[in-house]
Design a protein around this ligand. Structure first.
Ligand code: NAP
Ligand code: MG
Length: 404
């Protein structure tokens, strides 16, 4: 045991890829490290500053480098970052409207995003039976997000035409229009669906939770049918035994049946959704659990790389208040849990039980702090308990440190 410690702190062997970010979350980031991690862990990170200024200086190379480093080391922890729009280009005098860092990182790591709420007993889910978190796994490629749509102005025939590379042609009638309307074409690929499936199966194993998958294959027999088939094929070939051993299950059901089952469930599983379903259902599930500030997010690649972050953004409104010298009460929970998720995974991969135990303790201390009545303003507004007290961000972090 003594060998695993330096100055009484927990020693790490492999560095975490640390991706710093913007605005209020950048400030919270530094405070979490200073107050909650560095006093206990001999923190080893390879630091990448994904703050907008640095992305602009490096022509966004820093984002690419940080994703490549994640492939090298396996685990990253990311602070929320600004996705520039026209107003940000002006505000930061940017050379270009750089792409979303999350999009860039996802394109390099090719992953699926898993979102799960952090539960505290004083914030009751709107659905009474939910007492464990529900994790949504959203496919992040294709379907309506990469569709071609158009308006049909006059009567006419809309067809889908598929021309193979060697010149063969197949046509399907979409609709014979007698009057104006709308039409669209969309797609997905076996490769993307397969990597989505593997990410889901890997994540289910790594968190020891059962996996549900739902589509509408009774209507889209070929399109959604392909999703169902690919999941089933990969499961039977590569994962069935591992699932049996872990005591978890995989099952497929129709999306409407899934919705009914989710609402009647007590939680504690992963719900894999196609791109649009995941977009809609994750907002519903997050809101029903209480607060966006309590939602964690992890990108899992089919090759087994992990990138942890908070689901929320850089909390710009609070940052502007902070800049004006006003005290802010921004909830640090999701960012703390990004750190604990990454440290725990590093501990598992490197065989450092003390690091895993530390991640567990930090999460427990954070939840205990809220459950003892000390919380940031967002939770204060919705918490159902007597004697609750609203504190600012640093007071909140210090209260957690005391419990640690
Ligand atoms: P946001 O940062 O998530 O904040 C929206 C609102 O939600 C806040 O104004 C605040 O409400 C509440 N909120 C979110 N997180 C909170 C927390 N930790 N504690 C307390 N309240 C919290 O979304 P946004 O304002 O739309 O976006 C700001 C920037 O973040 C944008 O530049 C966007 O590009 C970026 N963004 C980044 C990511 C990412 O890196 N993953 C994700 C989303 C957005 P009140 O104002 O009512 O207190
Ligand atoms: Mg959405």
């Amino acid at each position: 045991m003594g060998q695993d410690k330096t100055n009484g702190k927990i020693r790490m062997t492999t560095p975490l890829v640390e991706m710093d970010g913007d605005e209020m979350t950048r400030i919270i980031w530094a405070k979490i490290k200073e107050i909650l991690i560095e006093p206990f862990v001999e923190l080893k990170t390879e630091y990448y500053d994904l703050g907008l200024k640095r992305r602009d200086e490096t022509d966004d190379q820093i984002t690419i480098d940080s994703a490549e480093a994640t492939k090298k080391y396996g685990v990253a922890v990311k602070c929320a970052t600004i996705t520039p729009n026209a107003q940000r280009v002006e505000e930061y005098k940017l050379k270009k409207m750089w792409r979303s860092p999350n999009g860039t990182i996802r394109a390099i790591l090719d992953g699926t995003v898993f979102r799960a709420p952090i539960l505290v007993d004083c914030v009751k889910p709107m659905v009474r039976s939910w007492n464990k978190p529900i994790t949504i796994a959203r496919h992040a490629y294709g379907d309506v997000y990469k569709a071609t749509e158009f308006e049909v102005g006059k009567p006419g025939k809309v067809e889908l035409v598929y021309t193979t590379a060697d010149g063969n042609e197949a046509r399907e009638l979409v609709q014979e229009f007698k009057a104006p309307g709308v039409a669209m074409g969309m797609h997905n690929t076996d490769a993307s669906i397969s990597s989505f499936a593997r990410s889901c199966f890997n994540y289910a194993l790594s968190t020891k939770q059962s996996l549900w998958f739902s589509t509408k294959d009774t209507i889209l027999k070929k399109y959604d049918g392909r999703f169902k088939e690919i999941f089933q094929g990969i499961f039977e070939k590569e994962y069935k035994e591992k699932f049996d051993k872990a005591g978890i299950e995989y099952f497929y059901t129709l999306i409407d049946d899934a919705v009914a089952r989710v609402v009647r469930s007590e939680g504690g599983f992963i719900w894999a959704c196609k791109n649009y379903d995941g977009d809609v259902m994750s907002d519903m599930v997050a809101t029903a659990f209480g607060s966006l500030a309590m939602m964690t997010s992890v990108l899992v690649s089919p090759d087994g790389y992990f990138e942890y972050e908070a689901a929320h953004g850089t909390v710009t409104r609070h940052y502007y208040k902070h800049l004006e010298g006003e005290e802010t009460s921004t909830n640090a929970m999701a960012t703390i849990f990004a750190w604990t998720g990454a440290l725990r995974k590093r501990g598992e991969l490197d065989g450092i039980p003390e690091l895993i135990a530390f991640a567990d303790k930090l999460e427990k201390a954070s939840i205990d702090t809220i459950e003892s009545g000390v919380m940031t303003k967002d939770l204060f507004a919705i918490a159902d308990m007597p004697g609750k007290k609203a504190v600012n961000t640093v007071e909140f972090l210090n209260a957690i440190a005391e419990k640690l």
